[in-house]
Design a protein around this ligand. Structure first.
Ligand code: PEP
Length: 259
């Protein structure tokens, strides 16, 4: 990570885990451990139904609340969808966009991801855009091509003035929930490639301000090594975020004196 130019973000993706009733105890523990952390932005992304409770429980702390998805549309006849404006008005500040589970299981393509990014930015949310290759793509040696295309499509139509609100999460699909992590060096190289794609489109000054996270079986043991890579500015954490103590350990790993 490079704190001179960009902030550090440690984000929890709870996926479809935990009911609203479990939130309060989690929030109390997390707040007591890292609720005043100044060295990074902490984001918790619960299911939609837990969002109002999360906002209430984390109020007054440094923990922000994010959503796990957002509609590509602003308003209208889209049964079951939730718009960026609705999230923003509820107090949500971040939203995960294009998670590989949504791409694979709900048919989200690059064009839809791009629309969701623009919709989120339009409502003042910070999109955490997920990109990453499958194991097959990695074995075929096309990781760079896949990730480059995903980043370019997600950023299509995003003006320079808004690019600083973007966060990219490099999440190799084969590492998600599998217990397998990319080596720190490999993950760092792909993060550097992502930054180069942004640099080519928006210039060096803009590119160095965009936080790039790593996601994929990050835990309290491997976090520090991954975070020491110059182009990795935080983590998007699934499994290891479900217990507040483990998630707090990853937040602690991002502390400057630990690096
Ligand atoms: C994720 O789903 O974004 C993720 C990184 O999950 P895990 O940490 O469990 O691999």
């Amino acid at each position: 990570m490079n704190r001179k130019y960009r902030g550090v973000v440690i984000a929890a993706n709870w996926k479809m885990n935990k009911t609203p009733a479990l939130l309060k105890a989690y929030a109390e523990t997390l707040k007591s451990l890292v609720g005043h952390a100044r060295w990074c932005d902490i984001v918790v992304c619960p299911s939609f139904v837990s969002i109002p409770g999360a906002i209430k429980s984390f109020r007054g702390s440094r923990v922000s609340v994010g959503a796990q998805d957002v509609s590509a549309f602003d308003a209208g006849a889209y049964t079951g969808e939730i718009s960026a404006r609705q999230l923003s008005e509820t107090g949500v500040r971040y939203v995960i966009v294009g998670h590989s589970e949504r791409r694979a299981r709900y048919g989200e393509d690059d064009a839809t991801v791009g629309k969701k990014v623009r919709s989120a930015l339009g409502a003042n949310l910070r999109p955490i855009i997920c990109v990453g290759e499958s194991l097959q793509q990695r074995d075929m040696g096309v990781t760079g091509d896949v990730v480059t295309l995903q980043v370019k499509s997600a950023l299509a139509g995003v003006p320079e003035a808004q690019i600083r609100r973007i966060i990219i999460a490099y999440e190799p699909i084969w590492a998600i929930g599998s217990g397998k992590t990319a080596t720190a060096e490999d993950a760092g190289n792909v993060a550097a490639l992502i930054r180069a794609v942004i640099r080519k489109k928006y210039g060096a000054r803009v590119a160095r301000a965009v936080p790039i996270l790593y996601g994929g079986s990050m835990n309290e043991e491997n976090a520090q090594e991954l975070l020491m890579q110059p182009d990795i500015d935080g983590g998007l954490i699934g499994t290891a975020s479900l217990e507040p103590e483990t998630f707090a350990s990853i937040v602690m790993a991002a502390k400057l004196d630990n690096m």
